[in-house]
Design a protein around this ligand. Structure first.
Ligand SMILES: CC(C)(COP(=O)(O)OP(=O)(O)OC[C@H]1O[C@@H](n2cnc3c(N)ncnc32)[C@H](O)[C@@H]1OP(=O)(O)O)[C@@H](O)C(=O)NCCC(=O)NCCS
Length: 187
């Protein structure tokens, strides 16, 4: 697969143009419209919106996206600044060729340059844990409090569901023990 022709764009949410939004709509609706309805940039499927987006193109075609939102969460009694990561999607025809890996590389680089991001943070399904691990993310076992993306009500998930963290300005062993409170909806 020829990846030399890929372009990567990193853009703040506030600078997304109509053209960006149209392409993102097409990418997400292509995957999720039949199961989750239409994608919305400010509250995608009830999740928290990204404040930084990484976009991968071949020419004019948007092949993939990931985003993160900076937020202070608590873990036990500790305040931790994370890049809450979501909207990780590669268009179906292009999967399995390394584009997701490139996307996660740029997410990591962008978080490193962003002010005050100590760790990347995301929740995912079991099947994609190896994908994130291959890019330097680590699975942790912790219970998680958040606000439900469906109802906005407080939600508690016992330890066990995959939570992945990416050491950015702090190391893996500096991650504190304790219940994670996202202080908002997940990503
Ligand atoms: C998950 C996804 C983003 C991966 O992107 P991709 O471009 O197909 O992944 P890559 O080809 O870059 O793979 C990178 C590595 O992860 C592994 N990997 C990728 N998808 C995987 C999966 N679903 N399960 C297990 N391993 C996976 C690859 O084997 C590869 O490892 P290797 O180089 O050691 O072989 C893509 O499959 C996708 O968009 N899926 C649907 C949406 C989704 O599930 N998003 C994640 C939400 S949390």
């Amino acid at each position: 697969m020829d990846h030399e022709r890929l372009d990567v764009e990193i853009i703040d949410h506030d600078f997304l143009t109509r053209t960006h939004l149209g392409r993102l709509q097409e990418l997400f609706d292509g995957e999720y419209r039949h199961t989750h309805g239409r994608w919305s940039p400010h509250r995608p499927y009830g999740y928290s919106p990204a404040d930084v987006h990484v976009l991968i193109y071949r020419g004019e075609e948007l092949l993939g996206h990931a985003g993160f939102q900076r937020r202070g969460i608590t873990v036990g009694h500790h305040r931790i600044r994370v890049g809450g990561t979501g909207g990780v999607l590669i268009t179906e025809a292009e999967r399995g060729t390394g584009i997701g890996r490139i996307l996660l590389h740029h997410i990591r680089q962008t978080m490193r340059e962003a002010p005050q991001v100590e760790y990347g943070y995301l929740g995912c399904g079991e099947s994609v844990v190896p994908f994130y691990e291959a890019a330097g993310w680590h699975r942790i076992a912790a219970a998680e409090r958040s606000l439900s993306r469906a109802t906005g009500r407080p939600r508690y998930v016992a330890a066990g569901a995959p939570i992945m963290i990416l050491p950015v300005s702090r190391s893996l062993d500096q991650w504190p023990r304790g219940v994670v409170d996202l202080h908002g909806t997940p990503w």
